[in-house]
Ligand binder design. Sequence first.
Ligand SMILES: C[S@@+](CC[C@H](N)C(=O)[O-])C[C@H]1O[C@@H](n2cnc3c(N)ncnc32)[C@H](O)[C@@H]1O
Length: 282
Amino acid sequence: MSRFPPRPRQALEKDVPDFRKRHRRDSNKKRLTKRQMKNPEHYRIDNKTPEHKKKFIQNLFNSIVPTYDLLNHVLSGGIDMIWRTNIFRYLETVKNNPAIDLCCGTGDLSKLLYRKGAKLVSLDFSFNMLEKGNKKVFLQGASVAADASNIPFKNNSFHTATIAFGIRNIPDLDTFIKDVHRVLNNGGQLAILELVKPEHRFIGFLYSFYLGTILPLIGGIISGKQFAYNYLSKTIATFINPFDLQTMLEKYGFSKVKHYPQTLGIATIIICKKRNSLVREL
Ligand SMILES: C[S@@+](CC[C@H](N)C(=O)[O-])C[C@H]1O[C@@H](n2cnc3c(N)ncnc32)[C@H](O)[C@@H]1O
């Protein structure tokens, strides 16, 4: 007698589509492998947890380093440099005070902070970005490879923290804001520069078109990583609006939050100060 009783007919029929599904999955795997062969640093978006998302973002930035600076200036028409400089119009002096530039990338903002006399630490979790920044000699203070939501410094270490074009990539915003608050001294200042959706409807419409088509196209042609630029432009459209960000900043102990919209409202600079107690009673 056979050890395995024959399976009912119905069950056998059910197996067929299962097999086909498996087969389809296998051929998908093959297609992915071909793509990987064309583009060795293939990306895997897996945003189940902040850690997965961070790994994805880290790989993405590691892979676009060679053309990152060029594309930044091309895609913004060079205005990105003006925006970074504008931060210093709204910040209190940074001279001789300890400062940390979070998500420093290749160091365009770090360089300005250093020139203004800050005792500077530049932090980023992409080794390739830091390496390029060091080659350009833009990271003249200390540079640290670390997660901006888990800053490896003691409480009250800095008087100034800055983050340019980095915050929209941070999945655990609450943790990030609490940690920046922790490393700032009382009365310390935080400056955030970020691309945002313009409030004006028509400008918003033009900007969405630019983000959805032109930016990924030019980004793709110059870097060869269209996927990366598609993703980065989506993060602008999906990032929380600056006033919700203000609410979070206030919740976690920042006050005197001020917004300074830049160039038709496509970017904004937010400046705020550390209050002494951490969580505001709501
Ligand atoms: C768009 S670039 C901006 C670089 C630079 N601040 C500038 O003004 O050009 C964003 C940078 O944030 C870094 N980054 C993103 N998430 C991070 C995190 N959780 N911790 C540390 N660095 C992060 C990326 O590696 C990348 O270098």
